[in-house]
Ligand binder design. Structure first.
Ligand code: PNS
Length: 176
């Protein structure tokens, strides 16, 4: 039987528990799920593509049919390169729908064989977005529960380099 490969494209700056929830759901219905980080030169991201890839790889370690990759150019072209027949996207609220519909229909026009599959994250993540997480973290609000612990740590280090230095010293201390 044909293996169904899906891609889950996005910016993931940073990856959230909402993304993880969707990855977990997607991994149950697709044979293989590729989390594809867009290398977007127009954006000014908080985390480099390499940092985002590292976080996503750690977050998805437990799923043996999920892998993380990066891409540039059109999503439909990337999907064709990796032989994916579906694009997974999350819809949280009605406000997401218009943009997602536009994107899905444009992608269908460009590549009619590629299906977009929408999934809803768990309710507790229905208001979580990377943008709000970044804003909360930058303004000193708690992001606990919105992102995995690893991402929380990376955000703290990114926004306060002193914490990074302290963590590196603690690690080095443990090794000696
Ligand atoms: O996490 P995001 O930022 O909502 O993801 C948006 C993404 C990466 C899925 C979208 O911007 C995209 O597919 N970009 C690649 C370029 C492309 O194919 N553009 C045409 C989309 S109709």
């Amino acid at each position: 039987m044909k293996k169904v490969i899906a891609i889950y494209p996005g910016s993931f700056d940073p990856p959230t528990n909402g993304h993880l929830d969707l990855i977990s759901r997607g991994s149950k219905i697709f044979d293989e799920l590729i989390v594809a980080i867009l290398r977007n030169p127009d954006k000014n991201p908080l985390f480099s593509v390499g940092e985002r890839r590292g976080m996503l790889e750690a977050m998805t370690e437990e799923f043996n049919n999920v892998r993380v990759d990066t891409f540039d150019g059109l999503t439909v072209d990337y999907a064709a390169r990796v032989k994916a027949s579906a694009v997974l996207r999350g819809i949280r609220a009605i406000s997401d729908y218009e943009y997602e519909l536009q994107m899905a229909l444009m992608n269908r026009k460009l590549h009619p064989e590629l299906e977009t599959v929408f999934m809803m994250p768990a309710e507790q993540y229905s208001y979580v977005s990377s943008r709000l997480v970044r804003e909360l973290a930058q303004l000193g609000g708690s992001i606990a529960g919105f992102v995995p612990e690893l991402v929380e740590q990376r955000l703290k280090e990114k926004l306060d380099p002193a914490i990074k230095l302290q963590n590196a010293r603690t690690k080095a201390g443990k090794r000696t």
